[in-house]
Design a protein around this ligand. Structure first.
Ligand SMILES: [Zn+2]
Length: 274
């Protein structure tokens, strides 16, 4: 008797699961880790929320989100069909250990930049904040990312220095070695959002929009080969390595954002198109 009841119950569950699969299945690619980028695919008519925040879903059913460097939150991803079928998934980004280094005996003048520098840096920051609010309907993020350079990696995401015991801002990009003028390629297709040749800290700064708030930021460039509004293809040479801004030598610093969230480009290169 027990067995029979169980069987009936089981087939009922199976039938409803089958309905879910068609209407609101959660299909993801990406690392559920601090600094991870995650892309999802669903039916375009479905509504997707992450802890209650509605994520835009493209006409092909693509959506995207990311976790910050020190994300300690738990997330509930919900996909709801127009008929009201709901699928939920709890996501807890895995904690990561970042490279920490300590430097003592730094001069006070370097520790505290002057007033003029601060004003300039504030203007740059405001410009970047404006760019990060952009949420276009491009879906180039859904095809995945390739490295902008085939070169030695000299700096990684998340690493942090302490000067005289004071924590500096963590490093949010991947640094690639390169001489001035070496080519920088677009990691994915997109549209040029910003080009400023002389930001205070980041020097020649180029931002490419890959859609839904996902951007690539290229720092310390000597030149841009594209202009604001241009559409770029994946692998297209878009800029040249430089030593502009506050740097000790020429290199490329590639950073990625989901709006304000800075995630790890290395993890972005691991996602697969769904
Ligand atoms: Zn860097």
């Amino acid at each position: 008797m027990f067995n029979f009841k169980f069987k009936v119950f089981f087939s009922f569950c199976f039938a409803s699961t089958l309905t879910y699969t068609v209407q609101a299945e959660i299909l993801l690619s990406g690392a559920i880790k601090q600094g991870g980028l995650v892309i999802g695919k669903t039916l375009p008519s479905n509504t997707v929320t992450l802890n209650g925040q509605v994520l835009p879903v493209s006409i092909d059913g693509d959506y995207v989100f990311a976790f910050s460097r020190d994300d300690k939150k738990q997330y509930e991803l919900t996909v709801t069909s127009p008929e009201g079928t709901v699928e939920k998934k709890t996501l807890i980004p895995t904690k990561r250990d970042y490279k920490i280094s300590r430097v003592e005996g730094i001069k006070k003048s370097i520790m505290n930049p002057n007033k003029k520098a601060n004003i300039r840096a504030k203007q740059d920051r405001e410009m970047m904040q404006t760019v990060r609010k952009v949420s276009s309907n491009l879906t180039d993020f859904s095809q995945g990312f390739v490295a902008p350079r085939k070169a030695r990696i000299t700096g990684v995401y998340g690493s942090q220095r302490f000067y005289n015991g004071q924590p500096k801002n963590p490093h949010y990009g991947i640094d690639y070695a390169g001489a001035i003028g070496s080519p920088v390629k677009a990691p994915a297709a997109g549209k040029v959002l910003l080009w400023v040749p002389d930001m205070f800290y980041s020097g020649g700064t180029l931002v490419i929009d890959h859609g839904h708030g996902i951007t690539s930021n290229f720092l310390h460039l000597s030149a841009s080969l594209v202009k604001v509004g241009d559409t770029v293809k994946q692998g297209q040479v878009i800029a040249e390595v430089g030593n502009t801004g506050r740097v000790t030598g020429p290199h490329l610093d590639w950073r990625m954002n989901w709006h304000k969230v800075r995630f790890d480009p290395q993890l972005a290169m691991e996602i697969k198109a769904l």
